[in-house]
Design a protein around this ligand. Structure first.
Ligand code: MV4
Length: 502
């Protein structure tokens, strides 16, 4: 049984993993770069080891250093978190060779799903619907033009080694086919060292709906229902929720079965995610599999009532799954907002720097997974996501209201954050009505960019404190007139408040 886990990651996910370790009486080992000397994951761990300079290519991504720390610390297992080495088949294999348990799938599953063409071939064999298109890399351009005409424009040219939107080209006109193929090819070669590209029919205005799965090493696999991840900006997810507002019981059951079949097809073990795209009519197609724990896993944890990290560790310990598909239910509704250190008003530029003051939201139905604290300087070297705010309630409407309350209670000064942008999403009619697809941010951009006039997350904390002290006297104050740009269905979500300035 695993007694000590090295967490090969940083930030909120490193702490998230260590929390479950502590609950399971497992000791945790942190690794950290120069820039992370004062990072919270270092303080949270039972032991911490410095692994080099700030750039991740010289620290968090160096397999030899991670293995060296695992041996030095006597860790019997490594949890990779997400990003960094989490989907690196060589790392999974190396751990195995060194006799260290990799808390994740084996190299075969990572490789098969990492290559989109082999993934498509395996999914077709397993009876999982894939987007109509090809299952061989394009070799002959004339042949490709012929095939594209058969499939029908528009199509997408995608890098086989790609994923998350890299090495992808949309082709609308026949005249653009060759330049798209060549463009995708050179981008893929540059980014992945592999220029294989293939063809998929373009799905208009898709939804991104993914299924969480768990599979043990004894052939058991289950799904933990879906997450709706269509609110994204440039292939970065911004808000996720479960259940999906467009899902039906019948399609959910079918997609869940296909998600389990997908995992079984590659002999998967651990926690994983099957990504589907769906059209407005809920026709769905396998897109890719993420062979790791995902950022947005907490909404599933809350609604299904399962600690996914604990499940990962049990599976890594060779234990059979004790959860039974027929016992799992979706209870209520959960929404996650990703809080980024970025300036939404300045083209979402990263906004690293020192946190001057902060106050985290608390209270019924709120979970906050973060790692920054007052006085902490956010490094420039890593992802600008600083925390995740998860709101749960019985119904979607209440969960939105609760999220709005929590965002309003969330104060950070010293850096720019996406809090106001997220508040605006929570009051956008398309979101409130649950009628949105992957074009949500671009379709609602003007609305999202207009501040609602109620919130200023950069007020000095002293003003905020006075404001909170005065809240019980608020009714004596004139509420701000409702602005013209407010959504009509705002009444249901409206709050009467004024910003008091000294
Ligand atoms: C697509 C598509 C439409 N048709 N494939 C983007 C990221 C990568 N995982 C796959 N992506 C897409 N593939 C076909 N055949 C539209 C997208 C897409 C998208 C998918 C999921 C979430 C957000 C997206 C935003 C733009 C495009």
């Amino acid at each position: 049984m695993i007694k000590k886990v090295l967490v090969a990651n940083r930030g909120e996910i490193a702490i998230r993993v260590m929390r479950s370790c502590r609950e399971m009486d497992i000791r945790s080992v942190a690794v950290f770069s120069d820039a992370d000397r004062t990072s919270m994951h270092v303080r949270y761990a039972d032991e911490a080891y410095h692994i080099g300079p700030s750039p991740s290519s010289e620290s968090y991504l160096v397999i030899d250093k991670i293995i060296e720390v695992a041996k030095k610390s006597g860790a019997d297992a490594i949890h990779p978190g997400y990003g960094f080495l989490s989907e690196n088949a060589k790392f999974s294999e190396r751990c195995k060779q060194e006799g260290i348990i990799f808390i994740g799938p084996d190299a075969h599953a990572i490789n098969t799903m990492g290559d989109k063409i082999t993934a498509r071939i395996n999914m077709i064999a397993a009876g999982v619907p894939v987007v109509p298109g090809t299952t061989e890399p394009i070799t002959d351009e004339d042949e490709a033009i012929k095939v594209i005409k058969e499939i029908g424009l528009p199509v997408m040219i995608k890098a086989s080694a790609g994923g998350g939107g890299k090495g992808m080209r949309l082709v609308k006109n026949e005249a653009d086919i060759l330049s798209a193929i060549r463009g995708a090819r050179s981008e893929a070669l540059n980014a992945f060292g592999n220029d294989a590209v293939y063809i998929e029919k373009y799905i208009n205005s898709p939804h991104h709906i993914e299924f969480q799965i768990l599979a043990d090493k004894h052939g058991n696999a289950i799904h933990l229902f879906e997450r709706e991840c269509s609110v994204q900006r440039r292939h970065q997810k911004v808000v996720e929720e479960t259940p999906s507002p467009i899902m039906t019981a019948k399609v959910r059951e079918e997609m869940g079965k296909h998600a389990v079949a997908a995992a079984k097809a590659v002999n998967y073990s651990g926690a994983g995610t099957i990504e589907f795209i769906t059209d407005d009519n809920l026709n769905y197609y396998f897109l890719e599999m993420n062979t790791r724990l995902q950022v947005e896993h907490p909404i599933t944890e809350r609604v299904v009532g399962v600690d996914l990290v604990k499940q990962q560790i049990n599976i890594a310990n060779n234990l059979p799954l004790t959860l039974k598909q027929e016992d799992l239910r979706q209870n209520g509704h959960a929404i996650e907002c990703r809080i980024y250190a970025e300036d939404a008003e300045n083209n979402f530029m990263p906004s690293p720097g020192k946190i001057k003051h902060m106050r985290e939201p608390l209270g019924l139905g709120i979970r906050h997974d973060g790692y920054v604290y007052e006085g902490f300087e956010i490094p420039i070297y890593y992802d600008p996501m600083i925390s995740k705010l998860i709101a749960w309630a019985e119904t979607r409407e209440e969960a939105i209201k609760r999220m709005r309350r929590a965002l309003y209670n969330y104060k950070i000064t010293g850096i720019k954050t996406s809090i106001k942008f997220l508040e605006r999403i929570m009051e956008t009619p398309d979101f409130v009505d649950g009628k949105y697809n992957t074009h949500f941010v671009e379709n609602n951009f003007d609305f999202l960019m207009k501040p609602n006039g109620f919130t200023d997350d950069n007020e000095d904390i002293a003003i905020i404190t006075v404001f909170l002290d005065y809240t019980n006297k608020l009714e004596k104050l004139q509420p701000e007139p409702v602005k013209k740009n407010m959504a009509n269905n705002w009444k249901d979500f409206g709050r009467k408040r004024s910003i008091i300035r000294l």
